[in-house]
Design a protein around this ligand. Structure first.
Ligand SMILES: [Cu+2]
Length: 266
């Protein structure tokens, strides 16, 4: 009876894993938003995620079955004969080193094209290299954004006429854009979950990141690195405007931060 109870207890998990992996993608439980239609690399990132998920499920079920087999067969034997010692078995050591190594190598090569598209200039869309819309500086615990003056290019150093905002990143929709990502203190992570974009912000580095919001709308921007007690406060917004509206918004922002302020001071 005891043997059956343990057997059933360990049997529940692989069965649950199978049910969860088979049904949740269809119910859209797994991913936030619709990465496929929101972002140009969304479908490929999701595909990689599912591939790794399938490999993990197969390995998990395989190890659980081995465990069930061991419980079932060993528990009927006398105590001193229950365990089987494999120490020093070179064949086994080779098998369980080569198989995981081969799986990791396969994943490493399989994802190279997507990684290059996201991280390497020559493989990313041309527009993503030139359309630099803002500098995003992470700090405990907010996102500070710097935009160039309308009609000017963003320089790496702040310029007179630059515009600033906090926790709101405005971009034009339907076109690849690039930001310069920095951190002013500790390590943060720039994460647009619905667009499947994640990049660490590292102190001392200026990291270019490109992405595209295919449709206008509001998308969550969060920090994905536990960066201190107020990490939870780094919930911000990415706002993708239709292109004409974006131009107007930038002009309005410039007016608010320069012309109006200047007029009021006078
Ligand atoms: Cu953070």
């Amino acid at each position: 009876m005891k043997r059956l109870c343990w057997f059933l207890f360990f049997l529940i998990w692989p069965v649950l894993a199978l049910i969860v992996s088979a049904f949740t993608p269809r119910w859209n439980w797994g991913f936030p938003g619709d990465g496929v239609s929101d972002s140009p690399i969304g479908a490929e990132i999701d595909h990689l995620f599912y591939l790794i998920l399938i490999i993990c499920v197969i390995v998990f079920i395989g190890t659980q079955i081995a465990l069930l087999y061991a419980i079932w067969t060993a528990s009927g034997r006398p105590k001193e004969k229950r365990a089987w010692h494999s120490h020093g078995n070179h064949k086994l050591e080779l098998i369980w080193t080569i198989i995981p190594g081969a799986i990791l190598l396969f994943i490493a090569f399989y994802q190279m094209r997507v990684w290059a598209e996201f991280r390497i200039d020559s493989a990313s869309p041309e527009k993503a290299q030139t359309n630099i819309v803002a500098e995003v500086s992470a700090r405990q615990f907010e996102w500070r954004i710097r935009y160039p003056e309308p009609g000017k290019k963003l320089e790496k150093k702040p310029q007179p006429g630059d515009m600033y905002s906090v926790n709101e990143l405005h971009i034009p929709a339907g076109t690849p854009v690039r930001i310069y990502l920095r951190s002013l203190d500790v390590q943060h992570s720039f994460f647009l979950p619905t667009l499947r974009v994640k990049q660490d912000a590292v102190p001392g580095l200026v990291i270019p990141v490109w992405f595209e919001a295919k449709k206008p709308g509001e998308y969550p921007l969060v920090c994905a690195e536990l960066c201190g007690w107020g990490h939870y406060k780094m919930g911000a917004k990415l706002i993708a405007h239709p292109p004409e509206e974006y131009e107007q918004y930038m002009k309005k922002l410039h007016q608010e931060q320069y012309d109006d302020g200047y007029a009021k001071k006078k």
